[in-house]
Design a protein around this ligand. Structure first.
Ligand SMILES: [Fe+2]
Ligand SMILES: [Fe+2]
Length: 276
């Protein structure tokens, strides 16, 4: 089976073969992915997860372009019944994970601004930039374009989608302010620091319940109102839009940027959050 999967995946891209291991084996590999050659930046979410479960632990994946041709059912290389596609709610929830990590960056920024610890301005500015490009311009665009209308057309959760749309707009105002306060080399005066803290606190306060409600109520309801084929097509639309906006690296590239910001603030090491 393993050889069959390796052959199938590497057929369209000879010379590129990647092996996933449960144990990180190389310093530069991420998420436990040890590479047998140079890992390209273009391993999309669906490419990573759309791999036979039976091959887990010793599989090979490759990426040789943004959208390799998809074989028809029954043809060599066609998806098997064992494959697990990434669904639109899973896509959106992962993006919420990015949002949550930037909220943690904001929290550390607030702590430093309030205590006078090392200046977090650049890190906060970078975090706000990701909120603008990845959350507001991309993720919320998907919600407003493809998710909320489906529910509204079905007459479901319309009271909630109305609030969520308003919160998207208010969030943009707060992000405008955070970006404005943190852009430029000049040190922040005290009123600006206080206003920046208040704007980040307001953003966190709104988005924690916002994303939690979407994860637990809105996204699960999407499955009820969207037919199965349309659901699968939506997944493709999300993936295409992701790579159109964020290039080959897509979601993973954004996660890497978030990790870099966390490292600059010394909040990347997960173990520091474990109670003793
Ligand atoms: Fe939203
Ligand atoms: Fe969202």
């Amino acid at each position: 089976m393993r050889e069959e999967v390796q052959r199938r995946i590497s057929d369209g891209c000879p010379g590129r073969l990647y092996r996933r291991s449960p144990i990180p084996m190389m310093g530069t590999a991420k998420k436990g992915v040890a590479v047998t050659e140079q890992m390209p930046p273009a391993v999309g979410r669906r490419q990573l997860l759309g791999i036979s479960i039976s091959a887990a632990g010793g599989i090979a994946i490759s990426a040789c372009g943004s959208s390799p041709p998809k074989p028809s059912p029954g043809q060599p290389g066609a998806p098997s019944a064992e494959e697990v596609p990434v669904t639109p709610p899973e896509d959106l929830m992962r993006e919420h994970g990015v949002l949550k990590r930037v909220l943690l960056i904001y929290r550390e920024g607030i702590r430093r601004l309030q205590t006078g610890d090392q200046d977090p301005t650049q890190a906060v500015n970078s975090g706000a930039g990701i909120i603008r490009s990845f959350i507001e311009d991309y993720h919320e665009h998907l919600e407003e374009q493809y998710v909320f209308p489906k529910l509204e057309q079905a007459g479901k959760l319309t009271d909630i989608t109305t609030v969520l749309r308003t919160q998207h707009q208010r969030g943009r105002v707060l992000t405008d302010r955070v970006l404005a306060a943190t852009t430029g080399a000049a040190a922040l005066d005290q009123p600006t620091r206080q206003a920046l803290v208040q704007n980040m606190l307001a953003f966190i306060r709104m988005y924690e319940p916002h994303e939690a409600r979407e994860d637990t109520v809105v996204f699960p309801a999407l499955r009820d109102v969207v037919p199965a084929k349309e659901f699968r097509d939506l997944a493709e639309t999300f993936e295409d839009e992701e790579h159109r906006r964020f290039g080959q690296a897509g979601f993973q590239g954004v996660v890497d940027k978030v990790a870099d910001i966390e490292k600059s603030l010394d909040i990347y090491d997960l173990s520091q959050f474990t109670p003793t």
